[in-house]
Design a protein around this ligand. Structure first.
Ligand SMILES: [Zn+2]
Length: 347
């Protein structure tokens, strides 16, 4: 059965220019919109965002950081970090990316859709309260989490970060928080080189962060095994009011930055797993996605096509439950279970 799916669709997201040789390029979003227009017309609801309000961004970012972004307005090129160049219109695009995520929260939590995909750039999961890095300007998902809590009293929010890089911004912002669960799978040997399994949160937030470093040899089936044994129990145990996915697709085998070997169908299969957990919760949990990485535009487009097919009910519907993992994946699950067992999420 298809869900009501909202997606962000706004050509202004191509106005953030990063230079000819930068992997986070406008073509990523242009290819995605072409695919959505061609294949999902009438099946998803495209919406145009407004820029986020200052008070919404201020819930996460420092005034000094916000001023720094605004000062880049109409400057030809500014380097916010060595890997994060911005152009004259990037400030507006960054405010729109955050605003698109807020619009998604509004639509989900007022029951205008069941799932929402913010097809935006720049990405956000590396951005820290006081600085931009790793191609990210504002932490779009963190801004959306705080907005959902402030405006809808959304109690518990579960963040799933499947980008191949560790979302250090999200990890750090919610590290002390027991109302926001951060779950990430990533390659520890890539930027920002954080996300060891022992990083599990601190203070009240202890046990509310799960970091899982991947082996580059893992197959799609290894990932599904890993997710069914660690992600699903974490979602069930936490019982979130909303699931927000930091949806990067740079663990795809064709990605020029990631070194993993997953296929595009992995993302639809993980989404199906999440939907099964969501339905067994009694009431479907609102499901939000925001685009993070994914640097081969055509591979990125194929991944998101598979995912949208799953959401709109035109994908494969068979529910999977048994996966035969490699020895490495089975070992990793045992290690994660041991670390998290004291917190009651995983039995
Ligand atoms: Zn990434």
């Amino acid at each position: 059965m298809g869900m009501r799916v909202g997606v962000t669709r706004d050509d202004r997201f191509a106005e953030h220019k990063t230079g000819h040789f930068h992997p986070e390029q406008p073509r990523r979003i242009q290819e995605l919109y072409r695919m959505v227009d061609r294949e999902f017309a009438g099946r998803v609801q495209p919406v145009q965002p407004q820029p986020a309000a200052l008070e919404d961004v201020e819930r996460v970012h420092t005034p000094a950081h916000i001023r720094k972004i605004l000062k880049t307005a109409e400057q030809r090129m500014t380097n916010l970090a060595p890997d994060t160049p911005v152009s004259a219109r990037s400030y507006l695009v960054a405010w729109l990316a955050a605003g698109a995520c807020l619009q998604g929260v509004d639509m989900l939590l007022t029951d205008q859709c069941d799932a929402f995909f913010a097809l935006v750039r720049p990405p956000g999961h590396h951005a820290l309260p006081e600085r931009s890095s790793g191609f990210c300007v504002f932490n779009n998902i963190a801004v959306a989490v705080r907005y959902a809590q402030a405006n809808y009293g959304a109690g518990r929010i579960f963040i799933l970060d499947w980008d191949v890089h560790h979302g250090n911004g999200l990890n750090d912002i919610f590290y002390h928080d027991d109302r926001v669960y951060y779950y990430s799978t990533h390659d520890l040997m890539l930027y920002p080189y954080s996300g060891e399994p022992g990083q599990i949160g601190t203070g009240r937030g202890e046990g509310y962060t799960m970091n899982i470093p991947l082996s580059r040899d893992f197959t799609d089936d290894d990932m599904l095994y890993l997710y069914s044994r660690t992600l699903l129990p974490a979602i069930r145990g936490f019982a979130p009011d909303m699931i927000m996915v930091a949806a990067g697709f740079d663990a795809h085998c064709d990605d020029p930055i990631g070194r993993c070997r997953f296929s595009e169908s992995l993302y639809a299969r993980i989404t199906r797993l999440i939907l099964s957990a969501s339905h067994s919760a009694g009431r479907p949990i609102p499901l939000f996605f925001s685009l993070e990485g994914g640097y081969e535009p055509l591979a990125l487009t194929r991944c998101i096509r598979e995912l949208l097919r799953e959401l709109t009910g035109s994908g494969c519907t068979e529910t999977e439950s048994a996966f035969s993992p490699s020895a490495g994946a089975a070992d990793l699950v045992r290690q994660i279970e041991e670390i998290h067992r004291p917190y009651g999420v995983i039995s």
